[in-house]
Design a protein around this ligand. Structure first.
Ligand SMILES: O=C(O)CCC(=O)C(=O)O
Ligand SMILES: [Fe+2]
Length: 268
């Protein structure tokens, strides 16, 4: 087996000085925290080094056959049924085609830069500070901690709100030739107000002026609050797969997923 890449070979620690409590780290995290609060996302371009990206992309391509094809027609709340009591153009009745391919943590090779990155304690410490929680824990599920999302030509992720997590962390591993933009409409709704009228207008393409584009270069780490901000991945075009890492941390220890949900999401 080849020697695993070290953390310093995976992450650009010169650009992102995450170890210890240096003034440079404090300045970096403070600015990311401000970005997240102001825009609902923050981005760390060039976080993964090219050698690590190459490894991970090769792993993803080699394991493509094990990925679960997630293809459905749904609304932005992940519901697949319309509601006849609501108007036809109500946000809950706007159904969209969506589809990509999902590799779960159990399909990530050992070793892999994906595993080394996910388990490095400094990442959890960094993310906890940026999102403003005291401590974050690894997810203990066999499938959920780190996922690889593969978008082939024609694939997309339609507008949606993330349902459960207070924040989502992604890493662009390979960008497509064209399309595949990650787009977000910050603060589309709030905890108190579903804001259905505005959500409908975004879904119908009437509020493209409010769209912000996020995290598009290979190696770019992105932390975003997707619960109240509609986001989507535009259709991928060209021959190059869009390959994305999605990482899940928890605010309490010992979290594992529901096997029934895992069966649907990962096909396991
Ligand atoms: O593929 C992406 O860039 C983001 C996918 C997404 O919306 C999510 O992980 O919540
Ligand atoms: Fe999402």
């Amino acid at each position: 087996m080849a020697t695993p890449l070290t953390i310093a070979e995976i992450i650009d620690l010169e650009r992102y000085p995450l170890e210890g409590d240096t003034p440079a780290r404090k300045v970096l995290l403070a600015s990311l925290k401000v970005d997240l609060a102001a825009r609902q996302f923050c981005a760390l371009p060039g976080f993964f080094r090219p050698a690590a990206l190459q490894h991970v992309v090769a792993e993803a391509n080699a394991n493509r056959a094990m990925a679960n094809d997630n293809i459905s027609r749904r609304n932005c709340y992940f519901e697949q049924k319309t509601d006849p009591d609501l108007p036809l153009d109500h946000a809950r009745n706007i159904m969209m085609q969506t589809g990509n391919r999902m590799l779960g943590y159990g399909h990530v090779p050992k070793p892999s830069p994906i595993r080394s990155f996910y388990h490095w304690p400094e990442i959890r410490r960094m993310v906890a500070e940026i999102v403003g929680v005291a401590k974050l824990y690894e997810n203990q599920d066999p499938w959920q901690p780190a996922n690889i999302l593969i978008y082939e030509p024609g694939d997309l992720s339609a507008w949606h709100f993330d349902s459960t997590n207070a924040f989502t962390m992604t890493m662009m591993l390979q960008a497509p030739d064209a399309g595949g933009e990650f787009q977000m409409v910050p603060d589309t709704r709030s905890d108190r107000d579903q804001n259905y009228g505005y959500v409908r207008d975004v879904l119908l393409g009437k509020r493209d002026d409010a769209i912000v584009e996020v995290g598009r270069t290979p190696g770019e780490l992105c932390i975003f609050r997707g619960c109240n901000s509609l986001h989507r991945v535009a259709e991928v075009r060209g021959d190059t797969r869009r390959i994305m890492g999605v990482f899940v941390y928890e605010t309490e220890p010992g979290v594992i997923g529901d096997p029934v949900v895992n069966a649907t999401v990962y096909g396991v």
